[in-house]
Ligand binder design. Structure first.
Ligand code: 5GP
Length: 193
């Protein structure tokens, strides 16, 4: 279910947004597994690593001061304060380098970040990953077991705000199954036809 289904081989920068718990991380992992030449941006964040998360792989885990210094130096392509708790941002240079090298770059960011990227990189192709339902999201967040009740409640507030903005995106992809959503996104990227 997309608003546009034709491939977009001319686009080289893509972003995926969507509410917390929709499965962006899983879909992104699957995309890179299917097409290892997709270059995935690694964000910087002030949030604490979850068990199993590795610095420099999942995120660059930084302090508030380090994050602020990157923002002040103009080193962030975009950044946001998310779930009213932590800073997240996309380091600019690696994205520019990847694009210069002709790679397909993929950013996985939140709505506020997507809105900023649209301004600085107007030809970025924006995909909104949609959950089958709000109830489904909440169940997934509980099932993940990585957030406490308060954090889940905060993420659900953000999720409702984000879902109201789906019409701003070039395509809306329903994450009814990881395999199907991945396939649809690869079509959109022109990686498979
Ligand atoms: P999590 O804490 O679950 O890893 O991520 C929380 C939210 O932050 C997700 O919605 C994710 O898409 C978003 N996010 C991750 N990295 C970035 C980033 O670099 N910039 C922005 N704006 N959002 C990000």
């Amino acid at each position: 279910m997309t608003t546009q289904t034709s491939p977009h081989p001319t686009h080289r920068a893509f972003l995926i947004a969507g509410p917390s718990g929709v499965g962006k991380g899983t879909v992104v992992k699957e995309l890179v597994k299917r097409k290892p030449d997709i270059w995935l941006s690694i964000s910087a964040t002030t949030r604490q690593p979850r068990p199993g998360e590795v610095d420099g792989e999942s995120y660059y885990f930084v302090t508030d001061d380090e994050f602020q210094a990157m923002v002040d130096a103009g080193d962030m392509l975009e950044w946001a304060f998310i779930h009213r708790k932590n800073y997240y941002g996309t380091p600019r240079k690696p994205v520019e380098e990847a694009l210069k090298q002709g790679k397909t770059a993929l950013l996985e960011i939140d709505l506020a970040g997507a809105r900023q990227v649209r301004k600085t990189m107007p030809d970025v192709y924006q995909i909104f990953l949609m959950p089958p339902s709000v109830e489904h999201l909440e169940e997934r967040l509980h099932g993940r077991g990585t957030e406490d009740e308060e954090a889940i409640a905060r993420r659900m507030v953000t999720a409702r705000e984000e879902m109201a903005a789906q019409s701003e995106f070039d395509a809306v992809v329903l994450n009814d199954s990881v395999a199907r959503a991945t396939e649809e996104i690869l079509h959109i990227m022109g990686e498979i036809v």
